[in-house]
Design a binder for this molecule. Structure first.
Ligand SMILES: *[C@@H]1O[C@H](CO)[C@@H](O)[C@H](O)[C@H]1NC(C)=O
Ligand SMILES: *[C@@H]1O[C@H](CO)[C@@H](O)[C@H](O)[C@H]1NC(C)=O
Ligand SMILES: *[C@@H]1O[C@H](CO)[C@@H](O)[C@H](O)[C@H]1NC(C)=O
Ligand SMILES: *[C@@H]1O[C@H](CO)[C@@H](O)[C@H](O)[C@H]1NC(C)=O
Ligand SMILES: *[C@@H]1O[C@H](CO)[C@@H](O)[C@H](O)[C@H]1NC(C)=O
Ligand SMILES: *[C@@H]1O[C@H](CO)[C@@H](O)[C@H](O)[C@H]1NC(C)=O
Length: 415
């Protein structure tokens, strides 16, 4: 009797789940996805091999502040054709459950890795430029696993990692598409396609702009937020001093990096905002060109110790990031995000209308410093942490710290 009841309960549940899945499928064309770009590799290698670089550096004294260094570019060029193994990288990314869905006419590619725990919290992780969903590869599976806090609370996640519109396997959006539009379709992804009534968010770089839109505009469904970057221009040293805030040596390291970025490091930003087609088309079919435009940033924006544990941001990771852009022909649409969001980074710090908790982690080698006093102005700040290892790509540059901080968010998550 019990067995029969249990069975019928299970079949009812299964029927309900199937019904839900088919609604999602009929409306959103939810479709399993695997990466298969292998057939493009011979052409890629040929292009990389045949790209001529100068025999020696024109100005040997020019350092990374003047752009990517020839030796580094050549080292990556050689690795790309000789030792880099796309098949292995593709297989590693295909270990994740991936799907595409069509939302408001846009094809959205995403990873959806579920925890074995029934009480797992849904979380959406949002990357930026020149990142991709690959940037979160080291943190996805650990976040699905159960972690117990010092107070005995258990936290695990159902992890969703979408590709931004116009990035890798997500389709390029209409010209006037903004980060608010992306936030809206991601809220649909979480609530209607995947059926999560509430969820947590994490954002970095442009992903932090999307995450911040979600945090401000969807206050009933977004119930906790973790940021490592904010869509607010970091304060200048003068502004910080005027607010009577004294920086620690570590904070000053970050502030100096921001000063450098805003004086001699943001040429790409102006270019991609003003003339996205120039750079986007110039490098459209040039893998080594994309490497020269992007590759240096992975080094310059990261911890100087990048590639040594706990960082996994080494040459392989850089080549995978750029291979994904090149092979999906999405470099052009990726740079357009700057042109589509000319006011994506704000200057006025204001509190949004939400009571959802916000957590912030400052990585010392990131490009901007947001002191705690500033972060508290733009959200319901419940935790502010500083890490002395890691930079702009925390998911690759210091995965253990990012995992720890996203887990901490679970302690504040309220349905
Ligand atoms: C949804 O439907 C498409 C075809 O219409 C099919 O290819 C896909 O496998 C289905 N997805 C799921 C999750 O059932
Ligand atoms: C953006 O463009 C689409 C189609 O071109 C149009 O329907 C829509 O109204 C535009 N939105 C805004 C905010 O201009
Ligand atoms: C900073 O400190 C000075 C001197 O104590 C004070 O006059 C000023 O109002 C303070 N500024 C802020 C923003 O708190
Ligand atoms: C911050 O670092 C710069 C460059 O090393 C130095 O000139 C400046 O005095 C430092 N400022 C503070 C407040 O420590
Ligand atoms: C880069 O790091 C990954 C992960 O730690 C490792 O498997 C790979 O061998 C490394 N690649 C290089 C070129 O050192
Ligand atoms: C959400 O935003 C609306 C509109 O701004 C506001 O009325 C409401 O109080 C907010 N809810 C929460 C839970 O913050």
């Amino acid at each position: 009797m019990f067995r029969v009841l249990a069975l019928s309960f299970v079949s009812l549940l299964a029927a309900a789940l199937l019904a839900e899945a088919s609604i999602a499928n009929d409306t959103f064309n939810l479709t399993p996805f695997k990466i298969d770009l292998s057939s493009e590799i011979p052409r890629l290698k040929e292009l990389v091999r045949n790209t001529r670089l100068p025999a020696k550096a024109l100005y040997p004294n020019a350092g990374p502040d003047q752009g990517i260094q020839l030796d580094f570019l050549r080292e990556l060029q050689t690795e790309w054709t000789e030792t880099y193994d796309w098949e292995a990288q593709q297989a590693e990314l295909n270990q994740f459950e991936q799907y595409t869905a069509i939302i408001e006419g846009q094809t959205v590619h995403f990873v959806h890795e579920k925890s074995e725990n029934a009480d797992a919290i849904p979380v959406i992780l949002l990357h930026g430029w020149p990142g991709s969903f690959h940037e979160f590869a080291p943190v996805i599976k650990p976040l699905t696993q159960s972690w117990t806090s010092a107070t005995g609370k258990k936290v695990s996640y159902n992890v969703v990692v979408p590709s931004l519109p116009g990035f890798v396997f997500s389709s390029a959006p209409p010209t006037n598409w903004t980060v608010d539009d992306t936030a809206r379709i991601y809220n649909t992804l979480m609530t209607e396609v995947l059926g999560y009534s509430t969820y947590a968010i994490h954002g970095t770089d442009w992903g932090s702009a999307v995450a911040y839109s979600l945090y401000s505009l969807f206050n009933t469904t977004v119930r906790a937020a973790h940021f490592v970057f904010l869509p607010f221009f970091p304060p200048s040293a003068e502004d910080i001093a005027a607010n009577n805030i004294t920086l620690s040596d570590a904070q000053n390291v970050t502030e100096q990096r921001f000063i450098k970025w805003s004086t001699i490091g943001n040429g790409y930003f102006a270019e991609q905002t003003n003339k996205p087609n120039d750079i986007g088309l110039a490098l459209y079919d040039s893998p080594v060109g994309q490497l020269a435009w992007i590759g240096g940033n992975f080094k310059l924006w990261s911890d100087p110790r990048a590639g040594t544990p706990p960082s996994v941001l080494n040459n392989t990771a850089i080549l995978t990031s750029i291979s994904l852009y090149y092979l999906t022909e999405s470099f052009l649409s990726s740079v357009w995000i700057y042109a589509q969001n000319p006011n994506g980074f704000r200057t006025v710090y204001e509190k949004p209308d939400t009571d959802a908790p916000m957590l912030f982690s400052q990585f010392e080698y990131n490009l901007g410093l947001w002191p705690e006093e500033y972060v508290a102005k733009v959200g319901n700040l419940v935790s502010y942490k500083a890490h002395d290892f890691g930079g702009h790509f925390a998911g690759l540059d210091n995965p253990p710290a990012l995992i720890e901080d996203i887990r901490e968010m679970g302690l504040y998550f309220k349905v």
